[in-house]
Write a protein of this length. Structure first.
Ligand SMILES: *Cc1c(COP(=O)(O)O)cnc(C)c1O
Length: 400
C-alpha cells in the first residue's frame, strides 16, 4: 500500500478520477487489481474472532466489503465530496436501499413525479405495500412541494434532470423545504453524473447512481452507488441494511467501473458537447414539435440549470409529429444510432419511452409526466457529431 504525500481531496476531479482510491497490492501493479474472491483467510481463530468483534479492521466477506469494490467506493466518494460511499449491484438496488434502510411502516415519502419507471414503482407501489405513504408532486412547482411538505415527512426523492423529459428541479429550494419537514433528501443524480452536478453541495443528504450508465459508460456492467456525509444514515441505517440484505457490487463490475471512471470526465464532456449540438440541430428541423435539453435557452428551467449544473447533460428528448407511428418511423429510420433503452453509453442510443421505459404507466400518468406518444429520448454518445446529425436528418426526412 502506498501513501500519498498530498491529500487526494485536494486533487482536481480529473486527477481524482484517474488515481483516487487506488491501493496497490504487494505486487506493485500499475492498474487496479481485480480481487475475485468471496472470502478471506485468517492466520488464526483469534484473528477471525477479532475481525468479527470489530476489533480488527480487515476484509471478512465480500458481501460486506471487497478490495476492488472499496477502491471504486473511495474514488466515487472523492469525486462527489462525500465521506461515505457504498457500491451496489445495480442502480435500482441503490435507490431501494437508500429509501428502505431508513423508512418504516407509517412513514411518508414525497417524490417528484417525473421518475425512472422502477423508481416510480418503488414510490407508488412497493413502499405503500409496506405501509409507507408515497406522494407525487410536479417537481418543478415549488408550491406543490410546499403543500406536500406541510406535513411531517421522512424522505424526499427526486431525479434532476428527470428521465425522459429533462425537467430540472431546484435542489436547494426543495432541500430547504424537506429539511423543515424533517425529511432526508435522496437525489438520483444519474442524468447529471457526478461530473456535472454535486447535489450534496446543494443541500441533498444522499446521492444515488446507476453506475451502469455513464460511470461504466461502455455498456458492459450493472452497478450502483449510494453516497452521503451523514454518519447516522451511513453507519446505522444503510450499512446494516446492505450487509444483511446483500445487494453487493460484483468485484468484476466494480473493476470495470473503476476503469470507466478514469475517462468519465473526458467522455461526459464530449458527450455533453455533442448533445448540445444535436439539440441545437433538432431545434432547426422542420416537423419537430419540441426539443427538451437543459442547455438550450428554450428550456423552461434554463436559468436554474445554469446555477446547479455545469452543462446540460448527455441526453436530449424531442417530440415528433404522428404520435407512436411517427416516433416508430423515426426510430426505424436511424442507421448509426442504436435502438436501446440504456443510456450514458459511448454509443448513441435512441428509445421511445411511452412503449418501453414508461410503458407500465397509465395514459393519464404519462400525460402528467409530459410523455407524449411522439416523445423520443436520445442518449448522445461519442461518435462524430456530424455523423449523428446526418443520421437523424435522414431518419426525419424518411418520416414524410
Ligand atoms: C438506469 C437508471 C436507474 C436504475 O439503474 P440500474 O442500474 O438499471 O438498476 C435509476 N435511475 C435512473 C435515472 C436511471 O437512468
Amino acid at each position: 500500500m502506498t501513501t500519498k504525500k498530498n491529500d487526494p481531496q485536494n486533487w482536481r476531479p480529473a486527477t481524482q478520477l484517474v488515481r483516487g482510491g487506488t491501493e496497490r497490492s504487494r505486487f506493485d501493479e500499475t492498474s487496479e487489481a481485480l480481487f475475485m474472491t468471496s472470502g478471506y483467510v485468517y492466520a488464526s481463530p483469534e484473528e477471525a474472532e477479532q475481525a468479527f468483534k470489530g476489533e480488527k479492521e480487515r476484509f471478512v466477506y465480500s458481501r460486506y466489503a471487497n478490495p476492488t469494490v472499496a477502491m471504486l467506493e473511495k474514488r466515487l466518494a472523492l469525486l462527489e465530496g462525500a465521506t461515505y460511499c457504498n457500491a451496489t449491484a445495480s442502480g435500482m438496488s441503490a435507490v431501494f436501499a437508500a429509501l428502505a434502510c431508513q423508512l418504516n411502516s407509517g412513514d411518508r415519502v414525497v417524490a417528484s413525479r417525473a421518475l425512472f419507471g422502477s423508481c416510480h414503482y418503488i414510490i407508488t407501489e412497493l413502499l405503500p405495500s409496506f405501509g409507507i405513504e408515497g406522494v407525487l408532486v410536479d417537481g418543478t412547482d415549488l408550491d406543490q412541494w410546499d403543500e406536500a411538505l406541510s406535513k411531517p415527512t421522512n424522505a424526499v426523492f427526486l431525479e434532476t434532470p428527470s428521465n425522459p423529459t429533462l425537467e430540472i428541479i431546484d435542489i436547494k429550494a426543495v432541500a430547504e423545504r424537506a429539511h423543515k419537514a424533517g425529511a432526508c433528501v435522496v437525489i438520483d443524480n444519474v442524468f447529471a453524473t457526478p461530473v456535472l452536478q454535486k447535489p450534496l453541495q446543494l443541500g441533498a443528504d444522499v446521492v444515488v447512481y446507476s453506475s451502469t450508465k455513464h460511470i461504466d459508460g461502455q455498456g458492459r456492467s450493472m452497478g450502483g452507488a449510494i453516497l452521503s456525509n451523514d454518519q447516522e444514515f451511513a453507519e446505522e441505517k444503510l450499512k446494516p441494511f446492505l450487509r444483511n440484505t446483500g445487494p453487493s457490487a460484483s468485484p468484476f463490475n466494480a473493476w470495470l467501473q473503476l476503469k470507466g471512471l478514469e475517462t468519465l470526465d473526458l467522455r461526459v464532456g464530449k458527450m455533453t458537447a455533442n448533445a448540445l449540438e444535436v439539440a441545437r440541430f433538432l431545434e432547426t428541423q422542420e416537423g419537430i414539435h419540441k426539443v427538451f435539453y437543459p442547455g438550450l435557452e428554450s428550456h423552461p428551467q434554463f436559468a436554474l440549470a445554469k446555477t446547479q449544473m455545469d452543462s446540460g447533460s448527455t441526453i436530449v428528448a424531442f417530440e415528433v409529429p404522428g404520435g407512436r407511428d411517427g416516433a416508430f418511423k423515426m426510430l426505424n429510420g436511424v442507421d448509426i444510432i442504436d435502438i436501446s433503452n440504456n443510456l450514458g453509453d459511448s454509443k448513441s442510443l435512441i428509445t421511445h419511452p411511452a412503449t418501453t421505459t414508461h410503458q407500465r404507466l397509465s395514459v393519464e400518468e404519462r400525460a402528467l409526466m409530459g410523455i407524449d406518444d411522439g416523445l423520443i429520448r436520445l442518449s448522445v454518445g461519442l461518435e462524430d457529431v456530424e455523423d449523428l446529425k446526418e443520421d437523424l436528418e435522414r431518419a426525419l426526412k424518411g418520416m414524410h
